[in-house]
Design a protein around this ligand. Structure first.
Ligand SMILES: *[C@@H]1O[C@H](CO)[C@@H](O)[C@H](O)[C@H]1NC(C)=O
Ligand SMILES: *[C@@H]1O[C@H](CO)[C@@H](O)[C@H](O)[C@H]1NC(C)=O
Length: 188
């Protein structure tokens, strides 16, 4: 009688130890996975500026590119522009029939006031000016930390408008009328 209890207790203790050792073996024996870095994505887009209303007087190419964890990079090479700093902005809509008015106002999903690219307060589309005095022989590169090809406020399908005058980065009207424009289209 007493022996039976001792044997039963021994069997239970042995089974318990077996389970613990087995469990630890399974736990430490599982394959170890390196944590994967978040996958990096690149989006590329193009925009081919045309004179407001159409016609051959202005032509060129604007390339936009962005890596998911980096800032938007814009490279432009455009012929036919006056050789000075010209307001350069993202506007809300794509362009219809080369009519730069159809682009709507500055892209401004956050409802901010107009500013320059480095202002605390700015429209998302406020890229400042492009130095058109470099054209047609030299490309101009612009990097922007706010406008993006990613996410819900992506600028794809919107437009770039080049103005006839210099944006003073305070008064939106300082940039004057719309000289050229194009729709931003994804190309990758
Ligand atoms: C250009 O677009 C604007 C705004 O959509 C519109 O009011 C105007 O009539 C258009 N002009 C032409 C010539 O289509
Ligand atoms: C903004 O600029 C326009 C065009 O140069 C000018 O007519 C207007 O008076 C300016 N507004 C302010 C508040 O300076």
């Amino acid at each position: 009688m007493g022996k039976a209890i001792v044997y039963t207790a021994l069997v239970i203790v042995c089974l318990g130890i077996g389970l613990i050792v087995g469990g630890l073996g399974v736990y430490y024996g599982r394959p170890y996975y390196e944590p994967q870095p978040q996958s990096i994505q690149i989006i590329k887009a193009k925009c081919y500026p045309m004179a407001n209303g159409g016609g051959p007087s202005i032509e060129g190419e604007i390339s936009l590119s962005q890596t998911s964890n980096k800032h938007l990079v814009i490279n432009a090479l455009i012929d036919g522009l006056p050789k000075k700093e010209l307001g350069f902005h993202i506007h809300s809509f794509g362009v219809v029939n080369n009519n730069c008015s159809s682009a709507g106002g500055h892209f401004n999903p956050e409802g901010k006031n107009h500013g320059g690219p480095n202002s605390m307060e700015r429209h998302m589309g406020d890229l400042g000016n492009i130095d058109a005095s470099k054209f047609p022989h030299k490309e101009v590169e612009i990097t922007d930390k706010k406008a993006s090809l990613f996410g819900k406020d992506s600028i794809i399908g919107r437009s770039i408008v080049i103005h006839e005058d210099t944006d003073d980065l305070k008064n939106q009207s300082s940039a004057g009328g719309r000289l050229a424009c194009c729709t931003i289209i994804r190309v990758d």
